[in-house]
Design a protein around this ligand. Structure first.
Ligand SMILES: CC(C)(COP(=O)(O)OP(=O)(O)OC[C@H]1O[C@@H](n2cnc3c(N)ncnc32)[C@H](O)[C@@H]1OP(=O)(O)O)[C@@H](O)C(=O)NCCC(=O)NCCS
Length: 167
């Protein structure tokens, strides 16, 4: 089953991540402004390739319970501008944890907003997710604005802020 991938938005194409994305993914993780809200453990797992390897493995799941798509422009589908994804593993039935990360040169242009507006309805239909979960680090105002715009509300805080809402 193709799961309706790639997903298209006005400017972007969300496609399966592939080995050719590894170098750009790692370069993005190594950028200090990009990783400033990551914990030391998260940063280490991203930098040594474990996170990227996990994203590649998720492609083979059937049914798919976890997805991390690469973001590219519609005009250059092989390019790499970040990832957006949803993880249901480790969560309750019909719950999915949403995550998005974009290369810093794209920030502040409404890209994440545009991408999530397409991705969340896709996840509801294709992955059967009806509730969204997210985590944001203190001070990550852009991530908080995104979570609030997606209809999520803060339900707890323990170093990270925990958000929930309907998909
Ligand atoms: C979080 C991230 C994906 C936002 O991407 P983006 O394309 O810049 O987001 P948008 O331009 O769509 O803006 C989303 C909202 O955040 C606000 N915003 C963007 N950058 C901001 C900043 N530096 N400070 C405060 N608010 C900011 C925007 O004004 C917008 O809010 P609004 O709709 O109420 O006006 C991007 O900053 C990123 O990749 N950060 C690193 C990884 C990360 O932290 N991911 C989130 C983990 S939960």
């Amino acid at each position: 089953m193709a799961y309706g991938i790639p997903i298209k938005t006005g400017r972007f194409l969300l496609r399966e991540i592939c080995e050719a994305d590894r170098t750009a993914f790692l370069a993005c993780q190594a950028d200090a402004s990009f990783s400033r809200f990551h914990s030391a453990a998260e940063h280490a797992a991203s930098l040594d390739g474990r996170v990227f390897d996990l994203f590649l493995r998720w492609r083979a799941e059937r049914p798919r319970r976890n997805v991390q798509l690469a973001v590219a422009t519609r005009s250059t589908p092989s390019g790499y501008l970040g990832t957006v994804g949803l993880r249901t593993e480790g969560h309750g039935p019909a719950d999915g944890e949403i995550g998005i990360e974009l290369v810093p040169r794209l920030w502040g242009q409404g890209a994440a907003t545009e991408i999530l507006r397409a991705f969340i309805p896709w996840a509801r239909v294709e992955l059967g997710v009806s509730r969204l979960v997210a985590e944001t680090a203190p001070g990550n105002l852009a991530a908080e604005r995104l979570a609030a715009a997606a209809g999520l509300r803060i339900v707890g805080e323990d170093g990270k802020r925990h958000w929930r809402g309907l998909a």
